[in-house]
Design a protein around this ligand. Structure first.
Ligand code: NPQ
Ligand code: MG
Length: 368
């Protein structure tokens, strides 16, 4: 397709409740949306970078900069643009996977809309709906946590993930198990907050039959995770460390993870996300879909990905109202604990013009 240009739109989405992790508190999502305008169709990509480089080195203003200064001018050199060509073109620029993913996804969405094909079908999805889990932030008190978990379970979530950090790990997990029982699917996410010296401490979580422990150690400490795995019964799942399909293959070969969290933004887009899925499937490693507090646009694409066959655990693909009072698309809702996979062409959802206008803080048009 020929693209006339790209719109970079910043939106400010207030969160229904502050979301605290081991790396910081989020009160609102400052989201960058990319709209690819082609001669046959338009497409959307959501950049999952946060306002500050706390989850990874990327941040929203940095993503805008690398897109306008390097990624789009490189696309401008091509005679015709598609997602595969964009991926190849972006490869010579180091890093910035979230910025690359946003542009690539906008292009892919436009291409698939022009072809009349849903993203789920393009990726090889096999399920009409995906089981939904929810990520529960660090709270000020255990009673507050129990109230939050209780309302998510009432809402129908099939799996609970507790964010943990040193000082907020054994007690919250024990309290949730005592209150809600052994049958519920429960896992934890440390977002790199521990070191190998905490191995004995973390091994105490083995008593609570967790599905998995996500990213206890720093992103670049893959060997440390392999060592830690030898001290734990709880399976280790990697998130931040898995930056590509090759990184996934390496981590698996080292014995650093039994499970992998897949986030397209973290690995540079949906094409690489599918490769991570395939590498894990070939090695008998289960995967699940991560989440980055996406709006309906990013959520739609994640739900399509989560419908692939090796996504055998519930994802962080929650309903829209987990994060936002008003989403910018038709809201994703839980149906029997599941989110329905969109069936329309491309990502299968569109922004509501009024809702989008209300949260937009700036719009920039960049001709190609
Ligand atoms: C994780 N997500 O799995 C991430 C962490 C995370 C749902 O737990 C702004 C941007 C805020 C990215 C908060 C969930 C964020 C963010 C948390 C990512 O590790
Ligand atoms: Mg995580």
């Amino acid at each position: 397709m020929k693209f006339t240009g790209f719109e970079l739109r910043r939106v400010a989405m207030p969160l229904v409740t502050p979301f605290r992790t081991s790396f910081g508190v989020e009160h609102a999502r400052d989201v960058l949306l990319v709209k690819a305008v082609g001669d046959q169709a338009e497409g959307w990509g959501e950049c999952v970078a946060s306002y500050a480089p706390l989850y990874s080195s990327e941040y929203t203003d940095g993503a805008v900069e690398v897109i306008r200064r390097y990624l789009l001018p490189a696309l401008g050199q091509l005679s015709t643009v598609d997602a595969t060509g964009a991926e190849r073109t972006f490869a010579r620029f180091k890093g910035h996977p979230m910025a690359k993913a946003a542009v690539q996804t906008a292009i892919l969405d436009a291409e698939l809309r022009a072809a009349g094909m849903p993203l789920s079908a393009y990726l090889g999805a096999t399920k009409p709906a995906v089981p939904a889990g929810v990520s529960v932030g660090i709270m000020d008190s255990i009673p507050q946590l129990l109230d939050a978990v209780s309302s998510y379970l009432d809402g129908g979530y099939l799996r609970i993930k507790l964010k943990i950090e040193p000082g907020w790990d054994l007690a919250p997990v024990r309290a949730v198990r005592e209150r809600f029982g052994d049958a519920m699917l429960l896992q934890v996410d440390a977002n790199t907050a521990y070191t190998l010296a905490d191995a004995r401490h973390l091994a105490q979580l083995d008593a609570f039959d967790l599905l998995l422990m996500e990213q206890p150690l720093p992103e670049d400490d893959v060997r440390g995770h392999a060592e830690l795995a030898r001290h734990l019964r709880t399976p280790i799942c990697l998130d931040e460390s898995i930056t590509s399909a090759r990184a996934a293959a390496d981590a698996i070969a080292l014995g650093a993870c039994a499970i992998v969290n897949i986030k397209p933004g973290r690995v540079g887009g949906y094409l690489e996300a599918r490769r991570v899925h395939d590498v894990c499937a070939a090695n008998g490693i289960a995967v699940w879909a991560g989440g980055m507090l996406e709006t309906g646009l990013g959520r739609a694409a994640n739900v399509a990905l989560a419908a692939l066959p090796n996504f055998t655990l519930p994802g962080d693909t929650s309903a829209s109202d987990r994060y936002f009072a008003r989403d910018i698309t038709r809201p994703f809702v839980l149906e029997d604990g599941h989110l329905r996979v969109p069936t329309g062409p491309g990502i299968g959802v569109d922004p509501d013009p009024d809702a989008l206008g209300e949260v937009t803080t700036s719009v920039d048009w960049l001709p190609l």
